[in-house]
Design a protein around this ligand. Sequence first.
Ligand SMILES: [Zn+2]
Ligand SMILES: [Zn+2]
Length: 331
Amino acid sequence: MLILSRPDGLYCQKGDFYIDPSRGVDRAVITHAHADHARRGSKHYLSSTASAPLLKRRLGRKISIQSLEYGVSVNIQGVKVSLHPAGHILGSSQVRLEYGGEIWVVSGDYKTCKDTTCTPFEPVACHTFISECTFGLPIFRWPSPEHEWQRILQWWQDNRDTDRTSVLKVYSLGKAQRVLQALKDVGSEILVHPSIMDLVPAYETQGIVFPPMQIADAKSVRKSKGKALVLTPTCNSMEAWMDEPESWQMMEISGWMQVRSPRRKRHLSCGFIVSDHADWDGLNQSIHATGASQVLLTHGDGILLMNWLKRKGLETRILKPDNTKKELGKN
Ligand SMILES: [Zn+2]
Ligand SMILES: [Zn+2]
């Protein structure tokens, strides 16, 4: 086993490093800058070049970090380690490990559909593929992103016609910048929450172009008189910015919008279906493209996908933390 699943993350014993550990460790390889993958407190980090500025922004300027271009390898105690595009957000990586002729790839989060803010997913040949499976059910099949951008524009226009501010709830890292990029030629009067604006420079240094935009706050929202599109994180409450509930319309943009119960929970009649994760077809195509004979599923309830892949002849199991190896990082 080149990689073990431990309670604090995926661990490579030969190289004595973790991938996306849930606590601070001596050496952490980070697939991308989302909070559930990049955590504070490690002595040393390794990430892709495009991910490093985002990690510094989120984990602190002073972290010790080595960055790698995609496809370039480093040797960690005899394990050849390289990073490859995952197509999830800017800088997101799959991690390829090679030791004694055995090749393992950890997908991190990934998607296969078009995203102009990051390098597209590339399947990496391996013997064992550890794949995320957030949307590992056949009900998840994404419409084309272009179709959803058009729906957003139409919704915004309808709200403008009735002087209602359009509030779009998005993840601040990745999804927000993807929406902004998609609206770069049509956007005007776009207001963005400071937590989203904060991450924009890291994208701009990679050559990503955004439409003109301003910081969203109570003043700028009121001044726009119902014409603006406001991008705000899912946790932000709009009530502080707008007193009259009928003066704005809210929508959310996420893969979960394809199913009814998450929409109901958020009191939304519908939403926009754009995800940064692979859908059912994307997962299946990517898994097969690696040529892996062993597939380990993580990051989601993978039972249905596991059974499906087994029927296709792939040795598959769900990766569960091995609690017998708890005293970790010591080996
Ligand atoms: Zn992620
Ligand atoms: Zn994730």
